[in-house]
Design a protein around this ligand. Structure first.
Ligand code: FAD
Length: 363
């Protein structure tokens, strides 16, 4: 296939979700050129794919990217459409250039930089920021005889609403927020069983995303100062008691059981040998970083991660990873938390580019 000449930038950002936008916000204050390449048809990143009833864990003022506060909502916490609209307007407000839809398939070394390839286009950059999130890489644990099961299976990444499951026997697997929220609404129309590896951790009713972020900040500060702090329950994955989950608790459906042993054709077999008939399994078992495009550039470990110092790849100093989770920066997978990581990444990139002015390479 013939390809046109590659476009050249100082920085190519792969993705245009919240992590990419926050990084772009700070890069725009530097003299360096940059562009974002995003696989979606429109703005919003993973929020375009959340289920219909999904709401944020924190009020708008606690869910903002750098520079511009998310507009407040009239009723409760922001909906996913509110977030998509905010991210759309954020792009426009700061004139951030996004080329879409572009799915990057590979990044490779060239002299003085990196080449970024999609199906029929290429870009060259002196630094690449990967900000591709996790949504496109859903994780489903292996259970024996899964291939035997004749019922329906879907991951929370593709769950939209409860209606299609009305009257069915549904197994919801996974003890995080997705599991609790999807269980809460599916249990209104179907017979549900909630399977979690351990008893789920419910936060106190009055704790929302604000508190989680404050705790993450405390941990980050302590880490910077070489201190270890003893904090109460409250990791970013613990279950926030949003109103539908509280309501499900009141209906008595927040009871979970430990995992089954294996699948059968029509359901699952439990540790005591009994069988339950199951029509649908909804896997709320999380995601892995979406890093397939980096496979030929740097090693990716069993957890699907790249070895980093801060956000810089240890093996490839021209590669940065922003937004995937705690391993690329404290609270960096949240709207409010990614600012800190994005700011330091942009200033480190600017320092790197200034220190390698010509490179005889792209840009
Ligand atoms: P994404 O939003 O996934 O953006 C990455 C972009 O990169 C996407 O547009 C994707 O299409 C694109 N992409 C991927 N691969 C490629 C490729 N190869 N080439 C080009 N483009 C590519 N966060 C909060 O801050 N507050 C909350 O209250 C909150 N609640 C949540 C509730 C639930 C139930 C869930 C599941 C998540 C919640 N989150 C919340 C987390 C939040 O949705 C994600 O962490 C966030 O979307 C990650 O942002 P990102 O920019 O890193 O990735």
């Amino acid at each position: 296939m013939s390809r046109s000449q590659p476009d050249r930038f100082d920085v190519v950002i792969i993705g245009a979700g919240q992590a990419a936008l926050a990084t772009a916000y700070f890069l725009r204050r530097t003299p360096f050129s940059f562009v974002m390449l995003d696989a979606q048809e429109g703005p919003g990143g993973a929020w375009r794919h959340g289920w219909n009833s999904l709401r944020l864990f924190s009020p708008a003022t606690w869910s903002s990217l750098p520079g511009w506060m998310m507009p407040p909502t009239q009723d409760g916490y922001p909906s996913r459409n509110h977030v998509i609209d905010y991210l759309d307007r954020y792009e426009q407000r700061y004139g951030l250039e996004v080329v879409r839809p572009v799915r990057v398939t590979a990044v490779e070394r060239i002299q003085g930089g990196l080449r970024v390839s999609a199906a029929d286009r290429q870009w060259e950059a002196r630094v690449v920021v990967s900000a591709t999130g996790t949504w496109s890489n859903p994780y489903i644990p292996r259970y024996p005889d899964a291939a035997l099961f004749a019922g329906q299976q879907l991951h929370s990444a593709h769950y939209v609403e409860a209606r299609p499951f009305a009257g069915k026997n549904v197994l919801v697997v996974g003890g995080g927020n997705s599991g609790a929220q999807i269980l809460a609404e599916v249990s209104r129309v179907a017979r549900t069983t909630w399977v979690t590896p351990q008893a789920p951790l419910f936060l106190p009713d009055e704790v929302d995303g604000r508190v989680l972020f404050e705790r993450a900040t405390e941990r980050w500060k302590a880490q910077q100062q070489g201190r270890v702090i003893d904090q109460p329950v409250g990791g970013l994955g613990d279950i926030v008691m949003v109103p539908p989950v509280v309501e499900a608790r009141e209906r008595g459906v927040l009871q979970s059981v430990r995992p089954f042993e294996r699948f059968s054709r029509n359901g699952v077999i439990w540790a005591n040998g009994s069988e339950s008939l199951v029509d649908v399994v909804i896997w709320c078992t999380g995601f892995r970083p979406a890093l397939q495009h980096l496979e030929t550039l740097v090693p990716i470990d069993r957890e699907g991660r790249v070895e980093v110092q801060g956000t810089r790849s240890i093996q490839e100093p021209r590669l940065r990873l922003v937004g995937y989770g705690e391993w690329t920066g404290s609270a960096s997978a949240t709207l409010i938390g990614v600012t800190r990581t994005a700011r330091s990444t942009a200033s480190e990139i600017a320092a790197f580019l200034s220190a390698h002015p010509t490179d005889n390479g792209p840009g």
